[in-house]
Ligand binder design. Structure first.
Ligand SMILES: [Zn+2]
Length: 450
């Protein structure tokens, strides 16, 4: 090793979990990260790190804000073209917008083009780690994993499976779902930065045999994640209750098949019962809050305080394409806005919002201690934000008094136009030096746990 380099700029991160009183915003206005290959060696004031590493070359990004890479814990690969629909609730939106688009991914050329676009847009938005809801076709997921490997991003994803209530061409069988899942996990789970997530679409489109097959796959693959939807929309919740008369509530439809674990992430949960929250907490499962989607589809205002009081872990998801785009910082802002509209709303300060967009998702995906903040030994996953000249954000940052107000400005206004560079494990995946792009350096890949 030739020794570290210093990345200089305004640094902000949240080490620890501020929802459990374990962390707060740490900011360095003229700060630096000491980076050695794929790893963070140290974070601090530039002057102090300069003294500690007098020989280190400096990558000077003064004027930019450097954050840990964003974590999107719920985003749909085959839904980019349906972004931006208005005026529909969940079940109508699925039938008219999402499912017709998802049926197109049987065409491998179409799936390949869309996979590249999806991953490029994730990176361009500052997302370095994502739990991706897959397509319904194994061929499309093989193509997706190949593209995800090329992208350099940290991706967990899986074949989306259903066997009722969607379009017939999106249906599979329990036997086929298990066989295709096993083959995809054999090829991709634990390879570089990729992992597999067992992914039934939701209980509304899954028979008991299919959920049983999902449980079998989850138990067969050590380190695999599980993800699906839960309690998103009132009409959906009623329909699930009719389909599963034996189930006490929506969560029970997954529980019976061993799908509620500490590696399970449930999107939405806008309408939970108290008992469901208790059981989610006991299992140490995570709920993924998708605020722009919940507002756009009229699903409801997320009861964050009830989740926190029950001890349920919460992360953030963009829910592309029902949400309003890939930006996870925008989701954090929307999480704040939704809480302001609830009588029992949780007041979210900038530190907790940044944690939701970074460390919360990292921990939920089993990557705590690997990514999510700039602690020593973490992988160098980061984004460099430089607002365009003349922009509102540039003006706000120039006048910001203190780190909290600067971070609030970033959360409010930093979109993809402000993303100058994104790195995963020290390697640029967006912006940066072209010759260094797209590779999986051995250090980065090897340091990812299975
Ligand atoms: Zn979703």
């Amino acid at each position: 090793m030739s020794g570290p380099t210093l990345l200089r700029g305004t640094l902000m991160h949240v080490p620890g979990n501020p929802f459990r009183g374990e962390g707060a915003l740490e900011a360095f206005e003229d700060g630096a990260l000491a980076l050695d290959g794929s790893e963070v060696v140290a974070v601090g004031d530039y002057a102090a790190l300069r003294r500690r590493f007098p020989q280190a070359p400096v990558d000077d990004r003064r004027g930019a804000v450097i954050l840990p890479g964003l974590v999107d814990a719920h985003v749909h690969f085959p839904q980019v073209p349906v972004l931006g629909a208005v005026g529909m609730q969940l079940l109508t939106w699925l039938e008219r917008r999402a499912l017709p688009e998802e049926a197109r991914y049987l065409d491998e050329g179409y799936a390949a083009a869309r996979a590249d676009t999806f991953l490029r847009l994730l990176a361009a938005s500052g997302t370095t780690t994502a739990l991706v809801f897959g397509a319904h076709f194994a061929s499309a997921m093989e193509i997706f994993f190949q593209a995800a490997e090329r992208s350099g991003l940290r991706i967990a994803a899986g074949l989306n499976v259903a066997d009722r209530n969607l379009r017939p061409e999106l249906h599979t069988s329990p036997e086929r779902a298990l066989a295709e899942g096993l083959e995809l996990t054999r090829r991709w789970h634990g390879r570089g930065r990729l992992r597999y997530a067992v992914t039934p679409r939701f209980a509304l489109s899954a028979g008991e045999g299919l959920l049983e097959a999902c449980g079998e796959l989850l138990r067969a693959v050590p380190g695999a994640l599980f993800t699906t939807h839960l309690n998103e929309n009132a009409e959906e919740v009623r329909a699930v209750a009719e389909l599963f008369p034996w189930a006490a509530d929506y969560l029970a439809t997954y529980e019976r098949f061993g799908l509620v674990t500490d590696r399970s992430l449930f999107a939405h949960d806008v309408h939970p019962r108290a008992s469901e929250l208790e059981r989610l907490a006991t299992a140490d499962a995570t709920v993924v809050h998708c605020p722009t989607s919940n507002v756009s589809l009229g699903s409801g205002l997320f009861p964050l305080r009830r989740h926190l009081t029950a001890g349920v872990r919460v992360a953030l998801g963009s829910d592309v394409g029902a949400g309003t785009g890939f930006g996870v910082l925008k989701e954090a802002l929307a999480a704040h806005q939704v809480q302001m509209l609830r009588d029992d709303g949780e007041r979210l300060d900038p530190a907790r919002l940044l944690y939701l967009a970074t460390g919360a998702g990292a921990r939920a995906l089993g990557l705590g201690g690997v990514v999510g903040d700039f602690g020593p030994g973490r992988q160098a996953d980061l984004l460099v934000l430089r607002p365009p000249a003349g922009s509102t954000l540039e003006a706000l940052l120039a006048g910001a008094e203190g780190a909290e107000s600067a971070l609030a400005a970033v959360l409010t206004l930093a979109g993809e136009e402000s993303v100058e560079e994104v790195r995963v494990g020290g390697t640029p995946v967006h912006g940066g030096v072209p010759s260094e792009r797209g590779g999986l350096d051995a250090g980065g890949a090897g340091a990812v746990p299975p």
